[in-house]
Design a protein around this ligand. Structure first.
Ligand code: GLY
Length: 569
């Protein structure tokens, strides 16, 4: 069977995966849009995890302490994407302005190979990189948290893991959204985990039900007591490998032992007077974000206004070109020479933008990845934290799809990622986000799959200005991009900038996905007349961000598209 997604399938997938939870929360916990704080702030996907992070800050923990606590708390309270079985990226900026990034992205197991998802005829086998034991990369989150803590942490490690253990052990009341997501996933949970009961209930899940996760609590206790060894060795490692064997999975004990997250130098760029500090490859997010910002920098966006036709047209044309580059040039820098400098050269970006016309949409079929001399490509979650001193952390972390592969590690109470789908299984064949890739992002043992995650920190005049990021698969980059523009160009405060409706274009398929109501009818008509295909759908991303006001106050933006919550003191 061929797994060549056609336009309709890709559109459907984009909407069903990236835009899965498409209703705005009625009772979302952002009480006062004007709340400003001085001593610290946490914005993340659940109120319970925000509270955990805030308590750590109040106890004197720094932003990294709070981040570690939030990561584990999200693994309990946001099982769709919060995780210990996945991976992610951290961008860090100290109060004094020193920056660093941590890559705790999953890696392909040693037994992985370029054609592992192809049948004998060379076609991609449907769902093999999404809903099987073979879909998982070697998890990186626990190693990442340990490494971040060792370098920057202040409080005791045990104190940071304990709140998550407590919530897993005694249970927490689930939101309407999580109840809906658990009910949505239950069919697959049963099918893919025969005989297991984790996250399942005899009747349907309802808002307010208590979710107790005893096995997860035990796993977290081992992580609390033994750190890295509590996950990559001993009982949990044994259980993970047993789980793999039960379903032809390929992660071995050696893979787990060998896994290590890596510190990487942040990539930085300028947008007008602002310094953008963001994630380098294996995320495509940082490079794409800088390319996008520089593509639109010399146009009068402020004068045109938020989501006006000229603004939209310019942004779409920039996105089309940037995502075409992503498909060819971006991959794991440990395996592939990513031409970072060439992609970010002002002259290259200017040149890429030269051939669009204000009269008509540039068909994506006429746009190829750019070329330059000397060179021969939903469900995630993000949290932003600033502490009292002004240290800041932006972390985006993921299982890839909602609930990852939907396969649990028996006895250990956690979900496995399906991050292998972020590799290019076959050149030109789209993954579940409709993204295509080639050699740069081909599967190789020990390689990290390309990501779109874009945790970002922004400075203005040498001072901290914004911490931002979002889930949303391929839409991550464009959501972060628009949130930044909403503040810098369209004078929106942090909450407005996060809540404002967004749109997305990713080169292929050649269409502009917009959140319902993002453009008025006149704007849609003008764009359609120029040949833009506009598709209106559900919510895109869940941006969680913090802005530092002129007076030095922290102003949060928690995305009303989810249960996201901002808490400060
Ligand atoms: N799994 C989504 C991403 O990393 O882009």
């Amino acid at each position: 069977m061929h797994y060549q997604l056609n336009l309709k399938q890709t559109t459907l997938l984009l909407f069903s995966i990236v835009f899965l939870q498409n209703t705005f929360a009625q009772d979302q916990p952002v009480k006062s849009p004007d709340s400003l704080y001085h001593n610290g702030m946490v914005v993340c996907a659940t109120p319970d995890a925000s509270k955990v992070g805030l308590e750590i800050l109040k106890k004197g923990g720094n932003a990294v302490d709070a981040a570690v606590a939030v990561q584990f708390a999200l693994a309990v309270t946001h099982p769709e994407a919060g995780n210990i079985g996945g991976g992610g990226f951290m961008v860090y900026r100290s109060a004094k302005g020193k920056t660093n990034t941590l890559d705790f992205r999953e890696k392909a197991p040693a037994a992985a190979s370029a054609n592992m998802y192809l049948d004998s005829a060379g076609n991609v086998i449907p769902d093999m990189s999404i809903l099987t034991h073979q879909a998982s990369g070697i998890p990186g989150s626990v190693d990442g948290m340990v490494k971040a803590y060792r370098k920057y942490g202040k409080l005791k490690w045990e104190e940071l893991v304990q709140p998550a253990i407590d919530m897993a052990h005694t249970g927490f009341k689930i939101s309407k959204r999580l109840a809906g997501d658990l009910n949505w996933g239950s069919g697959q949970f049963k099918k893919l985990n025969p005989g297991k009961t984790y996250l399942l209930k005899d009747s349907v899940w309802k808002e307010g039900d208590l979710l107790v996760q005893e096995d997860l609590a035990k796993t977290l206790e081992l992580i609390r007591d033994k750190g890295r060894k509590g996950f990559y060795k001993g009982k949990v490692a044994d259980e993970l490998v047993e789980e793999m064997k039960s379903g032809q999975g390929i992660i071995t004990k050696k893979d787990l032992k060998k896994y290590h997250s890596v510190w990487r130098k942040a990539i930085t760029g300028k947008y007008k007077g602002y310094k953008i500090i963001t994630m380098p490859p294996p995320s495509s997010g940082g490079i794409a974000l800088l390319q996008l910002l520089n593509s639109v920098e010399n146009y009068p966006l402020h004068r045109w206004g938020y989501n006006q036709d000229s603004t939209v047209q310019l942004i779409v044309e920039a996105e089309r070109r940037v995502y075409a580059d992503r498909s060819k040039y971006l991959g794991d820098p440990d395996f592939y020479k990513v031409p970072v400098d060439s992609l970010l050269k002002p002259a290259y970006i200017e040149d890429r933008m030269k051939n669009f016309s204000w009269d008509a949409a540039t068909p994506s079929s006429t746009i190829q990845p750019g070329s330059f001399a000397g060179y021969e490509s939903d469900q995630t979650t993000h949290y932003s934290i600033i502490d009292r001193e002004g240290n800041s952390v932006a972390i985006t972390t993921t299982l890839n799809g909602s609930f990852g592969s939907k396969i649990f590690v028996a006895g250990a109470g956690f979900l496995l990622n399906n991050e292998m789908d972020d590799f290019s299984s076959k050149p030109g064949v789209p993954n579940m986000f409709g993204l295509i890739g080639g050699k740069a992002n081909s599967i190789q043992p020990g390689k990290r799959m390309l990501s779109s995650m874009t945790p970002t920190i922004i400075e203005k005049d040498g001072k901290l200005f914004m911490v931002v990021g979002t889930p949303g698969g391929s839409t991550i980059i464009t959501s972060v991009f628009q949130t930044i523009l909403n503040v810098i160009e369209f004078d929106q405060d942090m909450q407005q900038a996060v809540s404002s409706k967004r749109f997305h274009h990713q080169w292929l398929p050649d269409q502009v996905n917009i959140e319902k109501g993002a453009f008025d009818d006149i704007t849609i008509e003008k764009l359609q007349q120029k040949g833009y295909k506009i598709i209106s759908g559900g919510a895109s991303g869940r941006v969680d961000a913090i802005l530092v006001t002129k007076d030095g106050y922290y102003q949060g933006g928690a995305d009303p598209r989810g249960d996201d919550s901002k808490m400060g003191w």
